[in-house]
Write a protein that binds this ligand. Structure first.
Ligand code: A2R
Length: 312
């Protein structure tokens, strides 16, 4: 089985390479931006900017993959407010380039388009945990571009009979995530305090927001199981099924260090609009693939803390 991961130098990519090359035993090909660094003996690495259509088509012609995991994205909500045009280019136009390039090869690899739980946006309390058919009310630019990506997947699957599965992934966390994301940021700050590098003050944004957190290693298992058993043209939520407040995550993280720490709210960390609560209904993926998350939140936080302990 030849698997191609597009956008593999990011957070999920490294974990997906490990899973596909190790547990699955696949022949793994990956792409990164020319500006990124990705050194691995587990995969063949190619430079690719998905905004360059000819380059995408050329690479697909060369590799002829059986599976394509499309991870490449501008994946930060915060950056999507600052760079809306870039976010739309990469997440929408980039996805069209990938889908058109696949079409141009005349082959029918299975394609996974990775969207986001953020697409649902302003959920009403009675809609949580949210099912896949729930109406979208995206609350930020990143979410709107990912909703559009999912619609494109449905259209290409229906119109051209392409073998495409769409995912709405809820918040994933784990070792290797950039500190622009909240849990990585809190763990890094906590480790700085633990080591005495920072004063015992942790700066935070909105602690009331509730999110559905899943270990990235469970997430990548979900992706490969969808490539095996997911239905073509179908969209699947991938998450834990439980909403947890950012406050409760902070409490868990601070319980891992023995230093008494002051929590300070920082206006700069508040977003222009923040969805109050999000949690996934994961019945569809469970029914179709048998997947469920198995790594406990405690273990995930311990692993993230240890990741930062080695780095700060
Ligand atoms: O923005 P960078 O320099 O971090 O690079 C990201 C890369 N990327 C691109 N790849 C090819 N052509 C482009 N024009 C382009 N622009 C950005 O995609 C990064 O290395 C990768 C995405 O990885 P992360 O941002 O770390 O996302 P993560 O957490 O691995 O999530 C994977 C997927 C994304 O579609 C998310 O929106 C979704 O899961 O939640």
């Amino acid at each position: 089985m030849k698997a191609l991961i597009i956008g593999a130098a990011g957070f999920v990519g490294g974990h997906l390479i490990n899973h596909l090359s190790g547990d699955c035993g696949y022949e793994v090909y990956v792409t990164k931006l020319p500006s990124e660094k990705l050194e691995t003996e587990k995969a063949s690495v190619y430079d690719l900017d998905i905004l360059d259509y000819d380059a995408v088509a050329g690479l697909l012609e060369k590799i002829q993959p059986d599976q394509i995991y499309h991870l490449a994205a501008q994946s930060s909500v915060k950056i999507s407010w600052e760079k809306p045009q870039l976010t739309a280019d990469i997440n929408i136009k980039g996805t069209i380039n990938v889908l058109e390039a696949v079409r141009s090869t005349g082959k029918s690899p299975k394609i996974l388009l990775v969207g986001s739980g953020e697409e649902y946006g302003w959920l009403r309390p009675e809609e949580i945990p949210v099912k896949e058919e729930t109406i979208f009310r995206p609350g930020n630019i990143y979410a709107a571009t990912k909703a559009c990506q999912g619609m494109l997947g449905e259209i290409y699957s229906g119109a051209y009979g392409m073998d495409i599965v769409m995912v709405r992934a809820f918040n994933h966390i784990g070792p290797g995530q950039s500190e622009i994301f909240v849990i990585a940021d809190f763990c890094r700050q906590a480790v700085m305090i633990e080591k005495g590098i920072s004063e015992p003050v942790i700066t935070v944004g909105n602690l009331a927001a509730e999110r559905d957190f899943t270990d990235v290693r469970d997430i990548v298992r979900a992706y490969s199981s969808l490539m095996t058993s997911g239905k073509s043209g179908q969209t699947y939520n991938v998450g834990s099924g439980t909403a947890r407040s950012i406050q409760s995550m902070l409490d868990l993280i601070l319980s891992k260090i023995s230093v008494k720490t002051e929590v300070r709210q920082d206006e700069a960390r508040m977003r222009p609009s923040d969805i109050p609560a999000i949690a996934a209904d994961i019945s569809r993926i469970k029914n179709d693939t048998g997947w469920k998350p198995v790594i406990s939140l405690e273990d995930t936080i311990d692993d993230i803390m240890n990741y930062w302990r080695k780095r700060v």
